[in-house]
Design a protein around this ligand. Sequence first.
Ligand code: EPZ
Length: 418
Amino acid sequence: MAERIIIEGGVPLRGEVPVSGAKNAALPLMAASLLVPGKLVLENVPDLRDVQTMGRLLQYLGATCEGKGTLVVNSSDVTGWEAPYDLVKTMRASILVLGPLLARFGRAKVSQPGGCAIGARPINRHLSGLEALGANVRLEHGYVIAEADRLVGAEVVFEAPTVTGTENLIMAAVLAEGETTLVNTAREPEIVDLANALNAMGAKISGAGTGVITVQGVTSLTPVTYSVLPDRIEAGTYLIAAGVTGGTIKVVGCVPSHLRAVIDRLEKAGLHIQEGNDWVQASGSDGIRAVDVRTDPYPGFPTDMQAQFMVLMALSTGLSTITETIFEQRFMHVPELCRMGADITLSERKAVVRGVQRLSGAPVMATDLRASASLVLAGLGVENGITEISRVYHLDRGYDDLDEKLSSIGAKIWRAGG
Ligand code: EPZ
């Protein structure tokens, strides 16, 4: 039987949890290695399946990628320019090699990522942006094929923010001729991290984190050592665990300002929050109030925290509405939570959650990364009962040592099978 996670709930979790590097910063930073020959050293890289997948993709293209925690990526000998279907289908973020391959080698062939559990996730904004820089882009047999003798700087206006689309365009623009202006970009901290790393390598990027990013093309970059920023979604997940279990958890090594929208909702839900310059502590001992939440592009409430927050609302003392504005079907966790006794009704992009006294343990199935995190939180919140989560590979894509970190603050959680 495949590996499962088993949780005996009902323990108020107490203690400190260290945050790992951010998956959604590490992946573009690894892809950026394709822009620069030589040894790019990335520190504080989380040990995740997606990071391993990106490493395999870089190696497939001819780069070397060594180490764990600290990665040394060297793309000097890269001759490949094709990201094959069987690698891309396991991780949509593989699309992040499109911009760098095009910028460095003038061509790229990347399998179209296709949809996933949370939505169709098209890449049209990536492709129209690259065409604006002069690339010839066509779709053939499920692949994106992009070619350009030399990319030329231009103005690119995104119809709506896209995180990896913004990252792909930044990486394509850093070696283009002249100036590129990206308008209506995503503003996530992971984009700022990528821009900071590229500027350290000699790129000329300004405005990352705002809605307008300007890039002056340069002819080459030099590799550096760069430390990946802490994972704000991992941090937020642990803060919610404090609320769900009625415990007190101090998340250390994070950036509180990256969690502003999450902290605001947690405080309104009745959690006691304290924060320092690199830590946030949440205490959930006084019960949970129902609050409405709506996901939005950063700095709004992150869609990657929606499933986790829903568990908190499932145990609140009232009625709350959770509106998912980013993805069209990011409610795959709802049926599973309902099997644990949650009272949630869906209509279109809204989930109406009526708080219940308690959840009950049950066998449940993970469907995507953040849904699996919500099932773990629900299992921790079950007062007395066992929850068994299957398809835990979803969890291992994006959480570094989750069970060990939870065990260290008192959770009764273990793995079986596998
Ligand atoms: C990034 O995905 C993150 N992944 C996601 O995290 C996160 O949920 C998402 O941004 C939030 O916006 C990485 O950074 C690796 P988008 P991305 O392009 O870039 C639509 C996780 O759990 N869209 O910002 O793929 C799209 O369908 C993952 O760690 C287009 O229509 O997301 C979606 O509805 C899940 N056309 C919305 O925009 C495009 O060309 C936002 O997508 C691009 C996007």
